[in-house]
Ligand binder design. Structure first.
Ligand SMILES: *[C@@H]1O[C@H](CO)[C@@H](O)[C@H](O)[C@H]1NC(C)=O
Length: 321
């Protein structure tokens, strides 16, 4: 069984080794375990969208067919300040080098919204961790695929497909995650504003750090989600299980961060400038007319004010006499 008790024992031991945590609580409302009821369209605390379907041991977000997108979204917000999200997943398909597109983990404000970013909406607010599996020889980066990258967005930046998710990246690494005989594991740890991603690609419970980013500010009350998409090429994208942990730190008081705007102090690769908007004559004309209009009003107001001042002066002089 993939979700063996051994997995959790090792997990807990690992957590205690690496941090000064008082207690670790599994958040049932934010977790997901098999066996699932194949063919059922919903789960307790999670919603399935798009091509997502339950199988007995996993949730298939997309089948190995082109042009599919699917997601699962937790409908219970995450209210902890310090949490860990552990996921077992499986990306596999017939293609040897022609496969895609990948999947994304979300901690986002707006769940359930389908879109162009691995099956989810663009201009998202929150944290995204992309696993891009497309091997593109024309890529502007020399990193190997699959490639994992983390991006924090406050809703103002678009995702650039040509940059393959690295615009706005706060950390990333290559990961072994395709056509493995066992599910790959990723652990996303968010403790005291430090985001650390660990990987276990070999099924040996030997966690390897992918990256660590300090100064990551995320609100409470956002939603966990996992989405996947296929394009011209495809893969099966399966989620096997999700375990979310609430890390209770000693002497730390829970903080309501509902209204915090997501931000990161250090961005490795800046966000690409917004997509260029071509300004032609038809859009330029109203702008210049507006300027003339504003200029006109300004002149009228100035003239009126001068006249008023002049009259006031004249009145004062009349009174003096
Ligand atoms: C979003 O982030 C950008 C860049 O960090 C910043 O300039 C902008 O003010 C932020 N927007 C909001 C609403 O915080």
């Amino acid at each position: 069984m993939w979700t063996s008790p051994r997995f959790f024992t090792v997990l807990a031991a690992f957590l205690f080794c690496f941090s000064t945590i008082d207690a670790v609580i599994v958040k049932q409302e934010n977790s997901l375990f098999g066996p699932y009821e194949a063919g059922v369209g919903h789960l307790m605390y999670w919603d399935l969208t798009g091509s997502s379907q339950l199988a007995e041991t996993s949730i298939r977000l997309t089948p190995d067919e082109p042009g599919k997108q699917g997601a699962i979204w937790n409908n219970y917000p995450m209210i902890s300040n310090d949490w860990e999200f552990h996921m077992q997943f499986h990306i596999h398909g017939k293609g040897v080098h022609l496969n895609g597109n990948g999947m994304a983990f979300w901690y986002a404000r707006d769940p359930l919204q389908a879109g162009p970013v691995f099956g989810s909406r663009d201009y998202f607010s929150g944290l995204a961790i992309f696993i891009d599996t497309v091997e593109d020889p024309a890529s502007p980066h020399d990193h190997k695929h699959p490639y994992l990258s983390a991006v924090v967005n406050n809703g103002s930046f678009p995702y650039h497909h040509d940059e393959q998710g690295t615009a706005g990246q706060i950390g990333g690494c290559h990961l072994q995650a395709r056509n493995l005989e066992w599910p790959a594991k990723v652990a996303i740890s968010y403790i005291s504003d430090v985001l650390t991603v660990f990987l276990d690609s070999y099924g040996t419970d030997a966690w390897v750090q992918c990256f660590r980013a300090v100064g990551v500010h995320l609100p409470t009350g956002y939603y966990f989600g996992v989405s996947a998409a296929t394009g011209e090429y495809s893969d099966n994208h399966d989620v096997v299980s999700v375990t979310t942990l609430d890390n209770l730190l000693p002497e730390k008081v829970w903080e309501d961060r509902t209204h915090l705007i997501p931000s990161a102090d250090f961005v490795e690769i800046p966000f690409a400038p917004p997509k260029e908007t071509v300004e032609d004559a038809t859009t330029a004309t109203p702008t210049s007319w507006k300027l003339i209009y504003i200029g006109g009003i300004g002149t009228i107001l100035y003239v009126a004010f001068s006249m008023y001042k002049k009259r006031k002066l004249q009145r004062r002089e009349r009174l003096k006499k």
